[in-house]
Design a protein around this ligand. Structure first.
Ligand code: NAD
Ligand code: TYD
Length: 356
């Protein structure tokens, strides 16, 4: 079996569902169920013996040791993290704890476990670390996209904590020989994304007739990848990636935020017209995020050349699927918009003049 951390979050849950749809190899899913973890994402797996869920913390070394000894996984796929830049600005401590100390704890537990393996089990073991393109910093308009050789220049507490974890993973390979793989992926979107991130926040607010908050001038650029494509890339790297290597994963789809929001508004006008008028009327420019990275772009040629991976979805097909999912799962959105979610929205948007 494989051990997945953070498998009740957005990408982790999509990964677990896709994995078990494609193979019968069981998944041990370790997740602390923070505000971002949600077992409803995995409801389809209820009663499925191939999925073993453990409610626990990656910082708990004794627990991780016990799980490795008991379940003997052939690989660890590490998604668990604090993942939202704005939250990292309001409260960086949780990011250092989970992303740095948690990754360190997992690496140490994996090293002890792997060192005691023999023969094929030792040869075949992999530690796959799921990271982000944000570690590379911010690009100017004419700069080439991020290649794997780009120097790390993280600018937010989130990206700095992910960069720190990437460095630990690299060092555990070079110093101890642990067979690690790292993926650095661009912005994901798709089903089950928590509505604090741009795309699901805009869909949820538009459906509720609330303002759509755009930070700054709306011209910050991100590369967007459908979550199913990211999951396919992780499977491919796990299967065939070379230990010690990093692979950049992206959608070849750079877009300014304002264009993303206009696209969502147009789709909602088509699929769920609002008698009060076009959804674009809700667009509201608000105070910028401190240290807001201007542009991310990914050069994903290495993973294509070495492993044959390319995204299957275009942004047009992926965003249509995503909007349709949120329209069909408004109960899911209502459940996660708990009291704690409302407190976050109040904390993040109060000083920006959005009224979101
Ligand atoms: P998410 O915030 O939706 O989910 C994170 C999951 O980790 C949650 O289920 C949470 O309960 C769990 N978790 C948090 N702290 C934990 C701890 N201490 N122990 C165990 N579990 C814990 O995040 P996501 O968007 O699914 O991102 C998953 C991974 O992919 C992260 O490592 C992130 O840095 C990386 N990534 C995300 C994106 C993106 O666009 N979302 C892009 C590139 C890389
Ligand atoms: P986000 O989804 O938080 O991802 P990240 O910061 O990791 O790229 O934000 C995507 C972009 O959208 C980013 O440039 C910030 C911007 N943004 C807004 O303009 N308004 C919002 O309310 C949010 C949450 C993000």
């Amino acid at each position: 079996m494989i051990l997945v951390t953070g498998g009740a979050g957005f990408i982790g849950a999509n990964f677990v569902l896709d994995w078990l749809a494609a193979s019968d190899e069981p998944v041990l899913n370790l997740d602390a169920l923070t505000y971002a973890g949600n077992l409803e994402n995995l409801a389809r797996l209820q009663g499925d013996a191939r999925h073993v869920f453990v409610h626990g913390d990656i910082c708990d070394r004794a627990l991780v040791d016990r799980l490795l000894a008991e379940y003997r996984p052939r690989a660890i796929v590490h998604f668990a993290a604090e993942s939202h830049v704005d939250r990292s600005i309001h409260g960086p401590a949780a990011f250092v704890r989970t992303n740095v100390e948690g990754s360190f704890t997992l690496l140490e537990a994996a090293r002890a476990y792997w060192s005691a393996l023999e023969g094929e089990a030792r040869e075949g073991f992999r530690f796959l670390h799921v990271s982000t393109d944000e570690v590379y910093g911010s690009l100017g308009p004419a700069d080439p996209p991020f290649a794997e050789t780009k120097a790390y220049e993280p600018n937010s507490p989130y990206s700095a904590s992910k960069a720190a974890s990437d460095h630990l993973v690299r060092a555990w390979h070079h110093t101890y020989g642990l067979p690690v793989l790292t993926t650095n992926c661009s912005n994901n979107y798709g089903p089950c994304q928590f509505p604090e991130k741009l795309i699901p926040l805009v869909i949820a607010n538009a459906l509720a007739g609330r303002p759509l908050p755009i930070y700054g001038d709306g011209m910050n650029v991100r590369d967007w990848l459908y979550v199913g494509d990211h999951c396919a890339a992780v499977r491919e790297v796990l299967a065939s990636g070379r230990p010690g290597e990093t692979y950049n994963v992206g959608g070849w789809n750079e877009m300014p935020n304002i264009e993303i929001v206009r696209t969502i508004c147009a789709l909602l006008d088509e699929l769920r017209p609002d008698p009060a008028g076009a959804h674009e009327r809700l667009i509201t420019f608000v105070a910028d995020r401190p240290g807001h990275d201007r542009r991310y772009a990914i050069d994903a040629r290495k993973i294509e050349r070495e492993l044959g991976w390319r995204p299957a979805e275009t942004f047009a097909t992926g965003i249509r699927r995503t909007v349709a999912w949120y329209l069909d799962h408004q109960d899911w959105v209502a459940h996660v918009q708990s009291g704690a979610y409302r407190d976050w929205i109040a904390a993040n948007y109060a000083g920006r003049g959005a009224g979101a």
